[in-house]
Ligand binder design. Structure first.
Ligand code: F1P
Length: 346
């Protein structure tokens, strides 16, 4: 992962994207609304993109499963910019969503990995994530690349529109430059995560929780576990626990909580207390130096500090590693999971 990030984020990257945005300024910066479409991991990246674009550009963003969008007669017009995200660039549902949005007059921005793919060709403009081929079927580094491009796009647009204060723009770009080094630090926890995964080889179910920017990361962690280990897993926004899922918690239920420093940190602490009161087994993803959550959780994985809006870039890694090691312990083929195709073309 760190290899693919190296050289991809450099001080010029944002400026290059900025000039691409500048070329399509009328369409992008003047969009009344963004609609992000994608499937699976790409949809999860889109949920993070929504938060980034709304925070930096103050424009409403909707995120739709491409597989539903194409069939639900969506209200789309020439006031909209549709952002289509796909690693393979060949996902039939995403391609069909693009065609529909085009017919209704929307401008299409693509975020793909595979150069020259069908989706890349069908869009009006876009950015390649250039993370190299995904070896396995399940998307991993593509998620990172997609979130990086969405962050850069939101930064560039926020600058063009004047909705992002100059200082916040520069601080966020500077924090983005530090991400590859921080990803390396997280990857160095691999042996610890491999050990930890042995405790969960026989789990039947898992719950993943996060709030704000960490909520889509929880969804992605659950998807990785489902895809490669075949363990049933659900991701929820942590505050939704009390509206139903808390009934599932008992001593048999592992709960992975993304509990890094954020504006909602205190609320996450109480969510963890609620789980522990029901004897759930908590694996907490915490920021280095955290003592409060470490003392509550059964197991903790530390992440280096970064801006909350960039945290998904490093928080996804321990969840990918956890899914990987659990799947290996269960003897699964992590590169070619059953029933999955690299690009879903039907
Ligand atoms: C979408 C996707 C992947 C998933 C699996 C099936 O692919 O749902 O996220 O891991 O490979 O397809 P794409 O449109 O991003 O290529």
């Amino acid at each position: 992962i760190s290899d693919c990030m190296r050289g991809r984020i450099n001080p010029n990257t944002c400026e290059v994207l900025l000039s691409a945005v500048d070329t399509h300024k009328e369409k992008l910066a003047e969009a009344k609304r963004f609609v992000i479409v994608g499937c699976g991991t790409s949809w999860h990246a889109g949920l993070i993109g929504k938060q980034l674009i709304e925070a930096f550009c103050r424009v409403p963003v909707e995120v739709e499963y491409a597989s539903e969008f194409r069939y639900c007669n969506p209200v789309i017009s020439s006031d909209d910019v549709v952002i289509a995200i796909s690693q393979s660039g060949e996902t039939a549902d995403t391609l069909a969503a693009i065609e529909l949005a085009k017919q209704r007059g929307a401008f299409i921005y693509g975020i793909c990995n595979v150069v020259g793919s069908s989706i890349a060709r069908a869009t009006d403009t876009g950015s390649y994530i250039h993370v190299g081929p995904e070896i396995g079927v399940a998307s991993t580094k593509a998620f990172t690349g997609q979130v990086v491009v969405l962050a850069l796009l939101a930064l560039a647009l926020g600058k063009v529109k004047g909705t992002l204060p100059e200082k916040e723009y520069h601080d966020t770009v500077a924090a983005l430059m530090e991400i590859p080094g921080k990803m390396k630090q997280v990857l160095s926890e691999n042996a610890f995560i491999a050990d930890l995964s042995k405790m969960f080889t026989y789990a039947r179910n898992f719950i993943y929780l996060g709030r704000g920017y960490a909520y889509p990361v929880a969804l992605e962690g659950a998807l990785k576990l489902k895809e490669i280990s075949y363990i049933h897993a659900e991701g929820y926004p942590a505050a939704e626990m009390k509206h139903g899922p808390i009934a599932l918690i008992d001593a048999e239920m592992p709960v992975v909580v993304i509990a890094t420093q954020s504006a909602l940190y205190e609320k996450i602490v109480s969510n963890i207390q609620e789980i522990k009161a029901r004897k759930g087994r908590v694996v907490a993803i915490v920021t280095q130096g955290d003592t409060v959550i470490r003392s509550l959780a059964d197991y903790s994985i530390e992440l280096p500090p970064t801006l909350e809006c960039l945290n998904p870039l490093i928080a996804a890694i321990p969840l990918q590693l956890l899914a990987y090691h659990i799947a290996v312990c269960r003897g699964m083929n992590v590169d070619q999971p059953r029933n999955l195709a690299k690009s879903v073309t039907v």
